[in-house]
Design a protein around this ligand. Structure first.
Ligand code: ARG
Length: 588
């Protein structure tokens, strides 16, 4: 049960090819339309190519389709309309049988990808001893959705959390750790006061030459693998990652300690990365620093822009660890798709890294790297989201607030839930709302963080979709039916046809069958919002159906058919939200 639109597109192609004869072939371009179940627009383009009146060409295609009989049993109406559109209406038996086939299909019609790729997804990537900001939240939520989506399509997905855990500031951070004692540091860091720790160390660094000197020596000790220093560094890192884990658990994302692949992990590779760049003839000396000039990158004055590989002081750069990281992903892990879920400000850095990796031959087709970029989170004032004190927003506090606000909204909506049930629903709705608000806008765009909007039970929000799901569960509860058992009764019948007498039922059936193309599109563009839009439309169409088509009061077999449609809607909502990392309650 592929999307009928895809089926029609494939079936129309030979007719278009036949009419095109020797002219270059034209795509039928079949789409869902207000005027018919499906509309093919391709005859217009073909007519232009043939220099003939479009309606004549469309008529000829329709005649060919009728003669060949390919659409028998699929379409019960094929007509030319307007300037040369071909309108197609699907037969109720075909549609009914196609949706019925979804009942027994765990994958809801979605096939695995033809070729499975090895995909490394680089996401979240906060920095040790620094607060995770909303940009890290976006990366975490979008990355988690892509992990689930691509995994579902059968790709081998490797999660990597490229935390910032190396570099010059660690000398100062370790010295500060020694000064205040590990216990005091642990209290602050593991409880999310990361910025406080960082700022205190920084202030000392600015004020005291003695502290500066200690910090410098400490960096050297760290880089040379001094045991005591390494031990202190590890403590510092684990205090931060403990805190990151708290946020991940609260968010319900898949990341854990096994996914940590911070900058420090690539230090041993650095020397060989530089040798290989040198051997490829790419390294240039620039004021004592070693750099690469990839083509096509210039600064504001139009001068070529270098990617700095090794500073004059001998230290390696962020770019060097990213290049080593490309080598590791392609050569050790065998990845052929590298996704970087990183905010838009790092676009130039990543593009330069990718280009240098290509020049060095480390990123050769079929291997490719993609910057899965995203915009900012804005406050109500349309500036970068900040807390009331003007600092970065603490993610733990943000998520706690989401759950609290959701608890109030849920209590309002359903005062009958007991305390335990309400707390659980509040958690799913609160966290779901924050994630959904992030995922439902085109990721490239900025979005305004707005509590009232994201927690509303109306509109393109998590609560609206979760509520539609809960409502269907409650229909089954009222009928005293177990949803799975009910569906299982009908899942093995290959001759089953769901009756679709009402227009609202047809609409719902077509939407359900479109799920595979939506998933494919979302994966192809790394665009979770495509799934959100689809689920929102499905919920709206379900609401319309439920208004016009009584379910439990209907006569058999209509009652059965409507219950099956309800179950399919609930499953699709649960599945789609699941791919976005959002859970659905059974009741709300
Ligand atoms: N730690 C970086 C930051 O907070 C993000 C790292 C992204 N990944 C990468 N491979 N460069 O900005």
């Amino acid at each position: 049960m592929a999307d009928p639109i895809t089926t029609l597109d494939n079936l129309l192609r030979p007719a278009f090819d036949a009419v095109a004869a020797d002219a270059a072939p034209v795509d039928p371009v079949v789409r869902a339309s207000e005027h018919a179940d499906a509309q093919a627009n391709g005859a217009l383009g073909l007519a232009k190519r043939l220099g003939r009146p479009p309606r004549d060409v469309a008529d000829e295609i329709v005649a060919y389709l009728n003669d060949s009989g390919v659409l028998d049993g699929i379409c019960d109406g094929i007509e030319v309309a307007g300037p040369g559109f071909i309108n197609l209406s699907l037969s109720p038996e075909f549609l009914g049988a196609e949706v019925a086939a979804l009942i027994g299909d765990e994958r809801l019609g979605v096939a695995e990808a033809d070729t499975a790729r090895t995909v490394v997804i680089d996401y979240s990537a906060p920095n040790v001893a620094k607060e995770m900001h909303v940009g890290h939240l976006r990366s975490t939520v979008i990355g988690d959705a892509l992990v689930r989506l691509l995994g579902f399509l059968g790709h081998r997905v490797i999660r990597e959390n490229h935390i910032g855990d190396w570099g010059r500031p660690f000398g100062m951070l370790i010295e500060h750790l020694i000064d205040i004692g590990a216990d005091a540091a642990g209290e602050g860091l593991s409880q999310g006061d990361l910025d406080g720790f960082y700022k205190a160390a920084n202030a000392k660094f600015d004020a005291s030459p003695e502290f500066q000197e200690r910090s410098r020596q400490r960096v050297v000790a760290l880089q040379s693998g001094d045991a005591e220093t390494t031990e202190l560094w590890l403590r510092l890192v684990s205090m931060s990652t403990d805190y990151f884990n708290t946020v991940y658990r609260q968010l319900g994302v898949l990341l854990d300690d096994d996914d940590l692949m911070g900058e420090s992990r690539y230090q041993d590779l650095m020397a060989s990365t530089i040798e290989r760049l040198d051997a490829a003839g790419l390294l240039v000396d620039s004021d004592g620093a070693r750099v690469v000039f990839p083509d096509g990158f210039t600064n504001r004055d139009g001068d070529p822009l270098p990617l700095i590989i090794q500073a004059r002081t001998g230290g390696f750069n962020y770019a060097t660890s990213d290049l080593s990281c490309v080598i590791d992903r392609v050569e050790r892990l065998g990845a052929d798709l590298l996704l970087y879920v990183v905010g838009a400000p790092q676009r130039q850095h990543l593009e330069m890294v990718f280009e240098v990796a290509r020049l060095a031959g480390w990123l050769a087709p079929p291997a490719e790297a993609v910057h899965v970029s995203f915009g900012n989170v804005l406050g109500a004032d349309r500036k970068m989201l900040r807390s009331r004190s003007g600092d970065a927003v603490k993610l733990v506090e943000l998520l706690d607030e989401a759950v609290e606000r959701a608890a109030a909204a849920v209590a309002d909506k359903n005062p009958d839930l007991d305390d335990a049930a309400r707390a659980e629903v509040a958690r799913l709705v609160g966290i779901g709302s924050v994630k959904y608000a992030d995922l439902s806008t085109d990721r490239i765009r900025d979005y305004v963080f707005d509590w009232d909007r994201m927690l509303s039970f109306d509109g393109n929000t998590a609560p609206y979709l979760q509520y539609a799901h809960a409502r269907i569960c409650s229909i089954f509860r009222r009928a005293d039916l177990d949803r799975d058992a009910f569906a299982a009764q009908w899942s093995d019948d290959p001759t089953a046809i769901i009756g679709l007498g009402h227009e609202a039922e047809r609409t719902l059936a077509k939407r359900l069958l479109a799920y595979p193309s939506v998933i494919a599109a979302a994966a192809a563009g790394y665009e979770p919002h495509t799934v959100c839009t689809y689920l929102y439309e499905l919920s709206q169409e379900f609401t319309a159906f439920y208004e016009h088509c009584p379910v439990l009061r209907a006569e058999e077999p209509t009652r059965r058919d409507r219950l099956l449609l309800c179950d399919l809607v609930a499953r699709t909502l649960g599945h789609g939200l699941g791919l976005l990392g959002i859970d659905v309650p059974e009741q709300m």
